[in-house]
Design a protein around this ligand. Structure first.
Ligand SMILES: [Zn+2]
Length: 309
């Protein structure tokens, strides 16, 4: 009886190990030939500029960031805030790690801390001060996970723009919204609701034209969280940038396209199927628009193409 039980345990362990190993192997998502509705011609504003503020790097093997990536290759993934500076308003896209970054990380679940090897740099608030950038009109969040909201604590009173689905996600008590709720408790956050009331934009059936001139467009890009969003920026030099938050952690996620391996996907993604559908959508959009650069929030290669503050 005991022998049988031991054999069963050993076989189960072998089975789990094989399944886990296979879950890291490359398995690209299937992409149909059907095109997506292309983006409309770019409209811009001659006074618009954007700049990256890298507040930290998180070192992770490429094989954790994307299914089929190299598990032996460590990648320094930036944790950034993006400055969107427009003549009619100044916004940050995500807040990066703030002045209390170490305390914020210490408050996260042990599983997350165990997987996070972080190198901290100057927080966005201090970089903006040093560069003489004036006050912000708001902070747009691609989603409310800890590494995108830590810096919010450094901008008291600055409105935070979120779709109602993301506000509901925070209110649901989900563990991934812990830090947002903690910051909100200590210093109430002024939340403003994003409503996508500017109608269709390319493949999206709804959008928000932030400044009303077609230069900065917000669209829903859900799956990683229920209210995740993407921001399209049309710069005066003709380049177009699509910030996709954590839909993918690596450029390869949209190039191949491929999702995260099973373990990080299970820990991080609210709806893996929505993530898959949106990865394929972005992949097709990239194929149809060579002038478009897609920027995953933690991808060092695409972010290196942008000016820094
Ligand atoms: Zn993130």
């Amino acid at each position: 009886m005991l022998k049988r039980l031991l054999l069963l345990i050993v076989l189960t362990l072998i089975g789990v190990s094989i399944a886990l190993t296979l879950s890291f192997r490359r398995a690209d998502l299937s992409v149909s030939e059907a095109a997506v509705t292309p983006l409309p011609a770019a409209q811009t504003n001659s006074g618009l500029r954007i700049a990256v503020i890298n507040t930290a790097d998180i070192e992770t093997p490429e094989g954790i960031r994307v299914r089929g990536g190299d598990l032996s290759q460590a990648v320094n993934g930036p944790v950034s805030a993006i400055l969107i500076d427009h003549p009619n308003g100044r916004f940050l896209l995500d807040a990066g790690m703030g002045r209390d970054a170490e305390a914020h990380l210490a408050g996260e679940p042990w599983t997350l801390r165990a997987l996070t090897n972080m190198h901290l740099y100057t927080p966005a608030v201090d970089k903006l001060d040093a560069a003489g950038v004036g006050p912000l009109n708001g902070i747009i969040l691609t989603h409310v996970h800890w590494d995108h909201v830590s810096g919010l604590a450094d901008f008291p009173g600055v409105p935070v723009l979120l779709p109602s689905a993301e506000q509901d996600f925070i209110a649901s008590g989900n563990e991934m919204g812990n830090l947002y709720r903690e910051i909100d408790r200590e210093r109430p956050i002024r939340t403003m609701t994003i409503t996508y009331d500017n109608g269709p934009y390319g493949p999206w059936d709804r959008s928000l034209d932030l400044f009303g001139d077609g230069s900065v467009i917000l669209v829903p890009l859900t799956g990683h969280t229920p209210g995740s969003l993407a921001v399209l920026v049309n710069l005066p030099d003709g380049s177009r940038w699509l910030f996709i938050g954590d839909l993918a952690w690596s450029q390869k996620g949209v190039q191949w396209p491929a999702e995260r391996p099973w373990l990080p996907r299970t820990l991080a993604d609210n709806s893996p199927q929505e993530v898959r559908d949106n990865l394929v959508l972005i992949h097709k959009l990239m194929r149809q628009h060579p002038e478009l650069t897609v920027v995953p929030a933690h991808d060092p290669i695409s972010q290196a193409k942008l000016p820094t503050l």
